[in-house]
Design a protein around this ligand. Structure first.
Ligand code: HAM
Length: 421
């Protein structure tokens, strides 16, 4: 019989990787709490209409990539391909806007898109993200980008990431821009790929996203969205640029950045990794001032971003920073059955005092326990042998400094507190 395997484009997160995930999750939790954001958890599947009405019928996500099925009652359901739509649905359904004029929300969880799998692109992947509902002002945009910057910095990725920023303006300005862009492209249309020709009909702004050098060359002199901005659109992006400068967050204006979801207005941005290769978007987001209304709520502005957690972890691995390892502090070696209860007691006391402690449940020799400690990268060992048990002492070993000494068992906690303070 064929061995069962995980489905193409999905991955198990195995025990030797899970501490990296937990580290990333705790950074996200900590930073979001610092900015006053609260976690929201929504269901993994939703009614299909939620995504077609928000992300957009003509987008790649909705037209090609969703896992959709007809449920037994005939309703069309879809595994969520992104979370902004779900969070907005929940915001409206639970009247969160009535609880306070600003709702600051964040989330983490799995998403599903039937894309061609490759490094950094999966069919089941994970995002963390933030959404702020209620403010139309550019300081809210600045706060959202600052959260992204803060999380990237804590993950050791700020120097490897570039912030691309653009404003696609209000809906009205895009109508004029769209026809100007089409007029410009039309004479060259045959030189464009099939995908771009399709986009010409459905969503011409997305042609600006093209990776083809030939198409980029043609687009070099295309009209720019900035020429179509209203006074309000221009003032908004100018203020945002000022706030980012004030916060020392480096950015580059990229007039070709449009993003592949239909709900955006004004600010759009992406942090791209300089090391990841083809799938280099670490996170992306923008303003969606019309989305709450489109989905049946009261007019409420919003802005947010979402980040690919797998991409963050690959980039963190590649930058070899310290966040990847969860190394225990102390390895407690017990060499005599009679010492076991004391060994368990001491390790538990140490854990209660904040130390990470590993013991050996295999009753191996001193040599193999120390070898295990080395393999784990532990700094300190405590050794309980026959003599120590008799004398109520314990041997301490600092692998790095090569120091060894004997301490009283009753002094162990104080000893480590002094050592690490
Ligand atoms: P998105 O650009 O579609 O935006 O996705 C955000 C991030 O999710 C990407 O930058 C990438 O890191 C990651 N990602 C997307 N697809 C995959 C995949 N197949 N495999 C691995 N990672 C992937 C959104 O989802 C919007 N909801 C962002 C947003 C929030 N806008 C406003 N608020």
């Amino acid at each position: 019989m064929n061995q069962l395997r995980s489905v193409k484009g999905t991955h198990d997160i195995l025990p030797d990787e899970s501490n990296k995930w937990q580290n990333l999750e705790s950074i996200v939790n900590a930073v979001c709490a610092q900015y006053g954001y609260h976690e929201i958890r929504t269901p993994i599947f939703e009614e299909t209409g939620l995504f077609s009405r928000s992300v957009g019928e003509e987008t790649d996500i909705v037209s090609k990539e969703m896992y959709t099925w007809e449920d037994k009652d005939g309703k069309s359901l879809t595994l969520r391909p992104e979370l902004t739509a779900s969070v907005t649905r929940s915001f409206i359904q639970h009247s969160l806007g009535n609880q306070s004029p600003i709702q600051r929300l964040y989330y983490m969880g799995p998403l599903f898109r039937r894309e061609r799998p490759q490094k950094g692109r999966q069919r089941q992947f994970h995002q963390f993200g933030v959404e702020a509902f209620g403010s139309e002002h550019p300081e809210q945009d600045a706060e959202i980008i600052a959260i992204a910057w803060q999380i990237l910095s804590r993950c050791g990725l700020a120097n490897d990431a570039k912030l691309n920023l653009n404003s696609i303006g209000s809906k009205e300005c895009r109508i004029d821009y769209r026809s100007a862009l089409k007029d410009y492209i039309l004479p060259y249309l045959n030189d464009f790929s099939e995908t771009s020709q399709q986009r010409f009909k459905t969503n011409p702004l997305r042609i600006l996203d093209t990776k083809s050098e030939k198409e980029q060359m043609i687009l070099k002199d295309a009209p720019m969205i900035t020429d179509y901005h209203s006074t309000d659109d221009s003032a908004h992006i100018e203020s945002l640029k000022g706030f980012l400068n004030a916060m020392d967050i480096p950015f580059e204006i990229n007039h070709k950045l449009v993003r592949g979801l239909d709900y955006y207005t004004k600010t759009v941005f992406e942090f791209n990794s300089l090391t990841l290769g083809a799938q280099d978007a670490l996170l992306g987001g923008g303003r969606y001032d019309g989305l709450v209304k489109t989905l049946g709520g009261k007019q409420t502005p919003g802005i947010g971003f979402a980040a690919g957690m797998e991409r963050f972890l690959i980039a963190m691995d590649e930058s070899e920073n310290e966040f990847n390892r969860s190394t225990p502090d102390i390895y407690l070696v017990c060499l005599d059955e009679k010492g076991l209860s004391n060994s368990l007691k001491i390790s538990d006391q140490l854990r209660k005092n904040g130390f990470k402690v590993v013991t050996d449940p295999l009753r191996r020799s001193m040599k193999s326990q120390l070898r295990d400690a080395n393999k784990l990268g532990v700094k300190f060992a405590l050794i309980l042998g026959e003599t120590e048990i008799k004398d109520k002492t314990i041997a301490f070993k600092d692998f790095g400094k090569g120091i060894q000494k004997t301490i009283l068992q009753s002094e162990v906690i104080n000893f480590f507190d002094d050592l690490t303070n």
